[in-house]
Each structure stands twice: as structure tokens, then as C-alpha cells.
Design a protein around this ligand. Structure first.
Ligand code: F6R
Length: 237
């Protein structure tokens, strides 16, 4: 595991964007696993800037996102599909048909999980997966206490996750109770992982995840067993 402490959020974002962009330069049709949330916004902004300068070409890139809220339609501003379109896809030359976010509104959600797993296999697996981390150690929406061996599945969101995400909604009650997420097993199958964490409130969970015991109680602790992980942190507010 490589551990990098960034000078500030801009530095963190540039370092993460550098790794993503190197991946795309080395493999123009790379499969990028992407995350939503506050942390990767700066990374995506940096990638857009480099795209505008002509330094990155997304025309061959394929993407798979980690997760989506159940019951939220893609055109809803709270959806992760909407987030990805507005924060990255709409601003670069990626083909929308090459971008994938699990559906939160499929009629049969179990079938949607299966479809998403098959899709990742058909794409040849994920070359590089970008991850954020929740205060409870979740990666994707894999909440504490769940089995490590899950592929894409439906998860009930814990109170602390709904509390943390209420900033994007009108109230705590408006935060969906369920999400569809790539499981830990699917994340661990990515060839390269980049975990980004920003802010003093993430320091404690990062230390637990990196130095603590590997346990489903801290889902991100499993990353200690992955052969190619880069953790980029900035604990300054
Ligand atoms: C988002 C995701 C989540 C977030 C995590 C941190 O797709 O999978 O695991 O990465 O909740 O979110 P922020 O970056 O908002 O602190």
C-alpha cells in the first residue's frame, strides 16, 4: 500500500487526477471505476481542465460507478448518474454510452445487480477504481458488518451514512434508505485502487482502515490485502 499525505485539497485532487490520467494515457480504452461524494469533485475538475488543454482524451474510456440510490431516477439531481454527468461526463469527450452507473429504479433490483456484475466482466474488469471513504469505513456503500465476499448487491444504508449524506437532500428523512453498490469482492477485483480522503474528520477512520485489524466492522480495512492500493489523504480543514 502506498500512502501519500497531500499538502491540501487541491494537491490531493491533482495527485489523484494524475494517477487517473496516467492510466488513460497508458491504456486509452481503460475501464475506470468512479466514485461520487464531495471528495472526488476536485479530481474531476482537474481532469476536465487537463481535457480542455488537450492533455487527456476520454474518447475510448469506459467507466463503471460504484453505487446509486434505490428509487432515485437518473435525471433526479440527487442521483449519482446526475452527479457524474454534471461533475465530469458532460465536460469531457467521453461517450455517454461508455459510462455506467447501476440503476436505482430497475423493476427487478436483483437482476440489476446481476446485470452490473456481468457488465464489469464483459468490460474485462476494472483497471483503476477510485474510492472515497465514509466516516464508518464504508467504501462504495458497503456498510460495516457486511460480508467481504459480496459482488453488486442492495444494501440498507446505516444511520451515520444517511446522516452524512443528508447535506445533499432537504432533510434526513429525504435520504433514501437503500442503495445498490458494487460489493467488496467486486472492488477488490479491480487491478488498481486509489482511495482519497479529505478533512480532519477522516483521519481516525483512515488510521483504522490502514493500520487496524482487517475486519468487516471497518470495510475499508480489506484494502490492506490488495496488491496495488494508493491512499491519498489530506487531514487539514
Ligand atoms: C460514493 C461512495 C461513498 C463515498 C463516501 C465518502 O460513490 O461510494 O463511499 O465515497 O461516502 O463520501 P464523501 O467524499 O462525500 O466524504
Amino acid at each position: 500500500m502506498k500512502y501519500i499525505e497531500a499538502k491540501n485539497y487541491n494537491d490531493l485532487s491533482r495527485k489523484a487526477a494524475n494517477i487517473l490520467s496516467a492510466q488513460v494515457i497508458l491504456k486509452p480504452d481503460a475501464v475506470l471505476g468512479l466514485a461520487t461524494g464531495s471528495t472526488p469533485i476536485g479530481t474531476y475538475k482537474q481532469l476536465i481542465e487537463w481535457y480542455e488543454k488537450g492533455d487527456i482524451d476520454f474518447s475510448g474510456v469506459r467507466t463503471v460507478n460504484l453505487d446509486e440510490y434505490v428509487g432515485v431516477t437518473p435525471d433526479d439531481p440527487h442521483s449519482y448518474r446526475y452527479f457524474m454527468n454534471t461533475n465530469l461526463f458532460d465536460h469531457v469527450n467521453i461517450k455517454k454510452s461508455n459510462t455506467n452507473v447501476p440503476s436505482g429504479t430497475a423493476v427487478d433490483m436483483e437482476k440489476e445487480c446481476e446485470r452490473y456484475n456481468n457488465l464489469i466482466s464483459e468490460l474485462g474488469g476494472i483497471d483503476l477504481q477510485l474510492l472515497g471513504i465514509g466516516h464508518n469505513g464504508h467504501i462504495g456503500f458497503n456498510e460495516p458488518g457486511q460480508a467481504f465476499e459480496k459482488m453488486t448487491h442492495i444494501v440498507e444504508l446505516g444511520e451515520s451514512t444517511r446522516e452524512a449524506n443528508k447535506r445533499f437532500f432537504d432533510s434526513y428523512d429525504a435520504v433514501p434508505h437503500y442503495a445498490i453498490t458494487m460489493g467488496i469482492k467486486a472492488i477488490m477485483q479491480a487491478r488498481k485502487l486509489v482511495l482519497i480522503a479529505n478533512g480532519s474528520d477522516k483521519e481516525e477512520i483512515i488510521k483504522k482502515a490502514i493500520y487496524g485489524p482487517v475486519t468487516p466492522e471497518v470495510p475499508a480495512s480489506i484494502l490492506q490485502l490488495h496488491p496495488d492500493v494508493t491512499v491519498i489523504c489530506c487531514f487539514k480543514d
